[in-house]
Ligand binder design. Sequence first.
Ligand SMILES: Cc1cc2nc3c(=O)[nH]c(=O)nc-3n(C[C@H](O)[C@H](O)[C@H](O)COP(=O)(O)OP(=O)(O)OC[C@H]3O[C@@H](n4cnc5c(N)ncnc54)[C@H](O)[C@@H]3O)c2cc1C
Length: 479
Amino acid sequence: MKRDFRLRDNHALKLAIESKEPLVILYLIEPIMLADPHMDLRHWRFIYQSLQDLNEQLEEFGAIISVLFGNATDVFDEISLKYEIKNLFSHEEIGLRHTHERDIALAKWCSKNQLNWTQLSYGAVYRPLSNRHHWPKLWNERILAEPFSANLSEGEFLNNIENTLGEKFQFAIPTLWQSPSIAMQLGGEKRAWFTLKHFFKERGKDYFGNIGDPSASRKTCSRLSPYLAWGNISLKQIYQYSLANSGRKGWSRSITAFQSRLHWHCHFIQKFETEADMEFRPVNKAYLPFPYCKDNLQESRLTAWKEGKTGVPIVDACMKAVIHTGYLNFRMRAMVVSFLCHHLNVDWRSGVTFLAAQFLDFEPGIHYPQFQMQAGVTGINALRIYNPVKQSIDKDPDGHFIKKWLPELASLPSPLVHQPWLMTAMEHAMYEFDCERDYYLPIVNVEAAAREARERMYLFREHPSVKREAKRILSIHTT
Ligand SMILES: Cc1cc2nc3c(=O)[nH]c(=O)nc-3n(C[C@H](O)[C@H](O)[C@H](O)COP(=O)(O)OP(=O)(O)OC[C@H]3O[C@@H](n4cnc5c(N)ncnc54)[C@H](O)[C@@H]3O)c2cc1C
């Protein structure tokens, strides 16, 4: 198992059972993942919960997942000393460079040891794909296909192989992983299905209307992203369920908007699959020398952004919310990135890993392309510099979201809560609130910073090298 913690629509599991050989269901805790700064305790908890959920379901079939520790090739070396391995089945992982390098090393190991490794495709992502000419057709082919159904009662399972291997390959799950956070979604295939059904029962009806609202969207958006990211449910299952629910009275805009986002899911991951170097550089390479602010200023601005201390309430509230709950709706994700890269003029590479570690649904193939798009370094997308004050007034008019995450602003009435730095001396006295004393003054002048960012971005976009790269990107990544 990799990022595919589910028993249903699991092609790898189906083929493994059909191979009619004794079968080990294996999950590896790898040092590269433990050391990965994109991974946070919240992710390990989600993984642990997902494993628990699968083990509960597997019990009636006499199976249990073996959890081993070590580098993939070392672990397989050890297993092959005790067992004759005939086949390895897994899904393709559209991951970061270190997991890609692990896969290359493991593929070499398999070929050296004459073992067949079948890697099944991930959703509607194609490997390789040199252009998007037939993308809509390819997407439909995969997503509308019958889900894979593994007949678990036919499996002959080999359990607890960790006990037969050397001690260094055994892993005691830390107690912290085992204690769930009440503020975060819980992992597991059963939870994923509950969330999907709950969405279509009632709460998804207002999906479209509330999509930009940082408070209401927590309930009316599907909240399926962590389950998709960790494979508790497949995109195919969700899309087909949504088709079965199409045509309901009063749901039409919401279902259409939801389904288009399911298309985007694979569209972005396909981009990353095709050009995974964007983990380290802007997809438009001409943005490499972009004039971000000087290092010491970058550092202090970045720290204020990370800690929710920029003095711009909606930005700070979002950062506190995501740190605490692992979730933000799309608009607020886009806005905090826009604020970091445009208003604060901080290099996107400085913030991208931090935010990944906060998102419970961290999905490299969506996160990196989305982050770069909002940072304006693709050269092909319309430039979006969100005005955080306007977003705050439009999307959180009563300031409920801000006040929940910044209780120090709770006494302020709604017009003032969006821009407390504009309060007059009389208002200070009236509300017994002083922006500098009780909260923070904004670290930049929001209007002036946006103006400067716009000038910087538009000027840079005119470079012939940016345009050349934009052409290249369009020819590879768009239909
Ligand atoms: C800077 C930035 C970083 C992001 N990082 C991630 C990430 O690491 N993981 C992640 O799953 N999403 C990411 N997104 C996309 C989006 O914000 C989330 O998918 C969405 O908010 C998850 O909530 P939901 O499941 O309730 O979504 P819903 O609105 O209910 O949508 C259903 C599903 O469609 C997909 N989806 C929705 N919006 C998008 C989008 N804009 N692009 C691609 N797929 C989308 C997701 O899989 C989502 O679960 C990011 C967006 C931005 C701006």
